[in-house]
Write a protein that binds this ligand. Structure first.
Ligand code: PLP
Length: 374
């Protein structure tokens, strides 16, 4: 048996007719720039997140950049975030001439450790970007009061957390603004690049709307130097169809996670932990194991694909040399980068595949003579 890491074709087959009709309709109309699908998706996605506004943009990285910029973050400002994330979180900060400041993550949930914030807040601190990693929201209950106390803006990096909740409130509705990616493999994925900013602030929403379209709200009148980061009309058509199924798909991911947890109970790996009050949407199902690289290789030999998210923390990337600073120890971040392993996770996974992954992970972990990682 082969178990792929994700299977986007399996999902496509379930919505093929609907997608083809919507794309054909859109092409027949040739209303392809910020047209009815973008407008419709923005209303529907804002409502889904429980936010006042959603603005479609070209990708998740731009969503972070535009959200930060609309909140007034710029040259020399410090933005506190985590190193245990995808590089885009830092790229958006650096693009603005701002400075990423990295704090460690919580060893249970792998999201920003709020107890590390206070010490990281210097005189130039202006914003915090908590990353809702793997499908679980960061501890916003603890982060928001600290941000408010210090007058810091909070931008949620919700690129991996479409539909995730904290006490019934969805990702994208809590911070000053939030950034979403609809990159193909995300829980809500387009067929190409796409993203959105959500916010409850009319001023931030209007600012993002102008910035994404060359700083213009009226054709050939440019209020400021913006960028071209519009959400594509065809991608918006696809996203509207998929958004209607997102809760169902997230429910399937959650059910798969329960099956993994049950099947892997007796295996020597650390399973994902969901903090009380949170709803995890399992963008990724990440375990910790000794000898990670060998376990991964052995699984691959048995037909089980896996991933590592991420093998090199942002502050250790070549691109980060001389960029940003580390606040305190990143002990957990460093440890995780050596031990984490992402198992196959997507809605259409079948029970037999889940059992196959679990059985082989068990046999690989129990196998004697695995060389020790250096
Ligand atoms: C995917 C992702 C992004 C960037 O999204 P793109 O659409 O690829 O630009 C940013 N942050 C995190 C945590 C992500 O997973």
């Amino acid at each position: 048996m082969q178990v792929p890491f994700v299977d986007l074709k399996a999902q496509y087959r379930t919505i093929r007719g609907e997608v083809q009709r919507a794309i054909d309709e859109s092409l027949e109309s040739m209303d392809l720039l910020l047209g009815p699908n973008v407008r419709g998706f923005e209303v529907e996605f804002a409502a889904y997140c429980g936010a006042q506004h959603a603005i479609g943009v070209a990708n998740g990285t731009d969503a972070l950049y535009l959200a930060l910029r609309a909140c007034g973050i710029g040259q020399g400002d410090e933005v506190i975030t985590v190193s245990h994330s995808f590089i885009a979180t830092a790229e958006a900060i650096v693009q603005l001439g701002a400075i990423p400041v990295y704090v460690d993550v919580d060893p249970e949930t792998y999201t920003l450790d709020p107890s590390k914030l206070q010490a990281a807040i210097g005189p130039r601190a202006r914003a915090i970007i908590p990353v809702h990693l793997y499908g679980q929201m960061a501890d916003m209950d603890a982060i928001m009061p600290i941000a408010r106390q210090h007058g810091l803006v909070v931008i949620e990096d919700a690129c991996q957390a479409h539909g995730a909740q904290i006490h019934g409130r969805r990702a994208g509705s809590i911070g000053d603004a939030a950034a979403f990616s609809f990159y193909m493999g995300k829980n809500l994925g387009a067929y190409g690049d796409a993203g959105a900013v959500t916010t409850n602030s009319k001023a931030i929403a209007e600012c993002v709307r102008v910035l994404r379209d060359h700083g213009s709200s009226r054709k050939y009148h440019h209020e400021e130097m913006g960028i071209n980061s519009r959400l594509d009309e065809l991608q918006a058509a696809v996203l509207r169809i998929k958004l209607r199924r997102l809760d169902e798909w997230n429910g399937q991911r959650q059910a798969h996670a329960e099956v993994y947890a049950r099947l892997l109970e007796d295996v020597d790996v650390r399973l994902p932990v969901t903090r009380p009050g949170l709803t995890h949407v399992f963008h990724l199902y990440v375990v910790q194991t000794e000898n990670r690289d060998e376990v991964r290789r052995a699984l691959g030999d048995l037909g089980v694909a896996s991933g590592v998210h991420y093998p090199i923390p942002i502050h250790r990337q070549t691109a980060s040399q001389g960029v940003g600073r580390v606040a305190g120890s990143l002990r957990v971040t460093e440890m995780l980068s050596k031990r984490i392993l992402s198992l196959p996770m997507y809605s259409e996974l079948e029970q037999a595949q889940l059992s196959y992954v679990a059985d082989h992970l068990r046999s690989v972990c129990n196998r004697k003579g695995l060389a020790v990682v250096s």
